[in-house]
Design a protein around this ligand. Structure first.
Ligand code: 4AD
Ligand code: MG
Length: 448
């Protein structure tokens, strides 16, 4: 076979030329002298039409013998046809030669409805299905746009350790490991180290897996998830929100431009995503509580939930129905700022004249996707920070270096973390984060 090897995504560049594609049989139909193979190659899916009169007799036999998921090398002429099925579609291969490398055993995943539990047990195979394929490609685009935006806006990527001696986001979700006889924990965040790094580099980000032993099973929580965490020196809460809205708008708009075929596979209605352009609305926690309680008093329903909006006490953290209700009042993602100090992490700067609230901000995504970023202005005074560490009953020794940062040229600084899986779920329109990462780690399963 001499025709050049090309990808299905690039077929449009080779119309009426003879090419070779390497892939797997996704589905097959046919009758008499024709076999229609749906071939996928990782970049897309296209139809390969095998007409008995156009190929050697052995090749036609191969076409007839091919089973779903058999690996193939297909040579043929690219035809443009707007009706041709596939992803992105519009091109098909008029086959001239066919080779089967591995004939697949009967494949357990059929084009019928399977239960999620079965699909999750077969995650190593399920990833080949077009919806899962589309999600992973959107995820990769999100990751690429995260890095591009930060790299192009003066942020230096400085990665932070995964093995850490101390908690940073509460002591109840730590995964403990044995560090040569000393207890250590898998990182819940890289933030504290980011804070050291800004004093060397000004604007930094870390981007990696983070670990939380979340005891509850929800649609939004994984045990292992990826978080990008930008941290900025000389930056207050308002400036932080400006950075976040530019950053998130860029990610969403870039997915809309680059992932149109994938979003189509996912049947994502992109109307709400098109509106995700900075600036975003900002509301104070106090006002959010008032909106929630007014809706609760009216018996208003939470979109997508069977129950009315639950009332909330000032000082409590929001539950998912609260976040969904608040987000539904706006047509873009919404910032909720100044949460009660008591529900947030120890390092957040309290408001100067009102220490019961802190200079924190969460970004709530529309359509019920909840919190996708969490961030704050950090405490920049050593003695205040020491008092907070004590108040949270944290051991001082592993945080000594962190307090130290406030002794050598302390500045106002802020940062946030964006959860990749929740962002993928939102942009793809998925109702559970388990499909947003290739091999999810959940409360009850870590296989395959
Ligand atoms: O709000 P969180 O806990 O913030 C932090 O970890 C800060 N240290 C970030 C910072 O300021 N540098 O987490 C940030 C984001 C959440 O908004 C959410 O998107 C995601 O991380 N997240 C999770 N995603 C999946 N599964 C979990 N268990 C998650 N916990 C948080
Ligand atoms: Mg949070």
């Amino acid at each position: 076979m001499q025709a050049p090897i090309v990808t299905i995504r690039a077929l449009h560049e080779h119309v009426d030329q003879e090419v070779t594609i390497q892939g797997w049989c996704y589905a097959k139909t046919g009758k008499g002298k024709l076999v229609f193979l749906q071939v996928r190659d990782g970049t897309g899916v296209c139809q390969a039409v095998v007409f008995r009169g156009n190929v050697a007799e052995e090749d036609f036999d191969i076409a007839k013998a091919v089973t779903q998921e058999s690996s193939l090398i297909v040579r043929g002429i690219v035809k443009a046809d707007p009706r041709a099925p596939g992803i992105p579609g519009g091109y098909e291969i008029d086959v001239r030669g066919l080779e089967a490398l591995g004939i697949s055993d009967p494949y357990p995943i059929q084009p019928k409805e399977h239960g999620v539990e079965f699909l999750m047990q077969n995650r190593h195979l399920w990833l080949r299905s077009s919806r899962q394929w589309a999600v992973m490609r959107v995820r990769a685009t999100i990751v690429r746009s995260i890095r591009d935006w930060l790299d192009n806006h003066g942020f230096l990527n400085v990665d932070t350790p995964i093995i850490t001696p101390a908690a940073a986001e509460g002591t109840t979700t730590l995964f403990e490991i044995d560090y040569h006889g000393e207890p250590a924990y898998l990182a819940q965040t890289g933030q504290l180290y980011n804070e050291a790094n800004i004093f060397a580099f000004g604007k930094v980000y870390c981007f990696g897996p983070t670990f939380r032993a979340e005891k509850s099973k929800t649609r939004r929580h994984l045990q292992e998830f990826w978080m990008v965490e930008p941290e900025i020196a000389f930056c207050d809460l308002d400036q932080l929100m400006e950075i976040e809205e530019q950053f998130v708008s860029y990610i969403v708009q870039r997915c809309l431009t680059e992932c149109a075929p994938e979003l189509k596979v996912l049947e994502r209605d992109t109307t709400a995503l098109q509106r995700v352009i900075a600036p975003f609305p900002r509301i104070h926690y106090d006002d959010a509580v008032e909106m929630i309680n007014a809706a609760a008093a009216r018996g208003e329903l939470v979109p997508g939930y069977p129950d009315p909006v639950p009332a909330i006490e000032w000082g409590d953290d929001f539950g998912s129905p609260h976040e969904t209700y608040i987000a539904a009042q706006f047509d873009k993602p919404v910032f909720v700022h100044h949460y009660p100090t008591q529900v947030k992490a120890f390092y957040m700067e309290p408001e100067a004249n009102r220490p019961e609230v802190c200079r924190s901000v969460d970004l709530l995504a529309p359509e019920g996707y909840g919190e996708i970023t969490g961030g704050s202005e950090r405490m920049s005074d050593a003695s205040k920070l020491l008092a907070a560490i004590e108040r949270h009953h944290l051991p001082l020794e592993p945080y000594q270096w962190y307090v130290d940062l406030r002794r050598y040229g302390s500045v106002v600084h802020s940062g946030f973390g964006l959860g990749v899986e929740r962002t993928v779920a939102w942009i793809c329109g998925l109702d559970h984060v388990r499909e947003t990462i290739a091999f999810p780690r959940m409360l009850t399963t870590m296989r395959p």
